[in-house]
Design a protein around this ligand. Structure first.
Ligand SMILES: Cc1cc2nc3c(=O)[nH]c(=O)nc-3n(C[C@H](O)[C@H](O)[C@H](O)COP(=O)(O)O)c2cc1C
Length: 157
């Protein structure tokens, strides 16, 4: 029950790399969220798809990642900053589970906008969870910065 899960969605691998670093430093289990319809790697096409989905509050079906979270006490949740908020596959994950008694540590990668509304949006979706201070990286995160954050939130080695 006190195990750690690192859940993330990533299109261009920045968030994936950060998730991997967190998994290495915490010894937690990695879980990638994969939506049934992959987003385009073309920025303009992806932008249109994503804008449309976010405006509708759309939750894509997950073909991977929606397994139970019962075994985990702390859940790191990672997303790219997409128009200041969480990527739709992460919204799907948050809506599928009950976070009562769970501790959530948010993380994101971005292109200059930091967390935007991401921490607020996660807190809004998970009112029963304890939300720890998050970590945001502009593109690629330095592993020392990840380590400092983990120490601050009680994951120091
Ligand atoms: C559709 C789309 C929307 C984005 N919106 C923002 C934004 O509002 N603010 C920001 O700082 N970066 C924005 N970005 C940049 C990404 O957050 C950044 O490149 C991130 O590291 C990508 O993560 P990934 O490699 O895990 O997919 C956007 C990227 C895409 C594709």
């Amino acid at each position: 029950m006190d195990k750690t899960l690192i859940v993330y969605y990533s299109l261009f691998q920045n968030t994936e790399n950060l998730a991997l670093e967190i998994a290495i430093q915490t010894g937690g289990t990695l879980r990638e969220l994969i939506p049934d319809q992959a987003y385009s790697f073309d920025y303009n096409t992806a932008s249109k798809e994503v804008r449309n989905q976010i405006s509708r509050g759309y939750c894509p079906k997950l073909i991977s990642g929606s397994e139970s979270i019962d075994d985990y006490k702390t859940i790191f949740i990672g997303t790219p900053n997409w128009f200041k908020t969480i990527a739709p596959p992460v919204l799907s994950f948050l809506r599928q589970h009950d976070f009562k008694g769970k501790t959530i540590a948010p993380f994101c990668t971005h292109g200059g906008g930091g967390f935007g509304q991401i921490e607020n949006d996660i807190a809004k979706e998970c009112p029963k969870a304890i939300i720890l201070p998050g970590f945001a990286a502009n593109g690629i995160a330095a592993s020392a910065d990840v380590g400092n954050w983990l120490e601050k939130i009680g994951y120091g080695s």
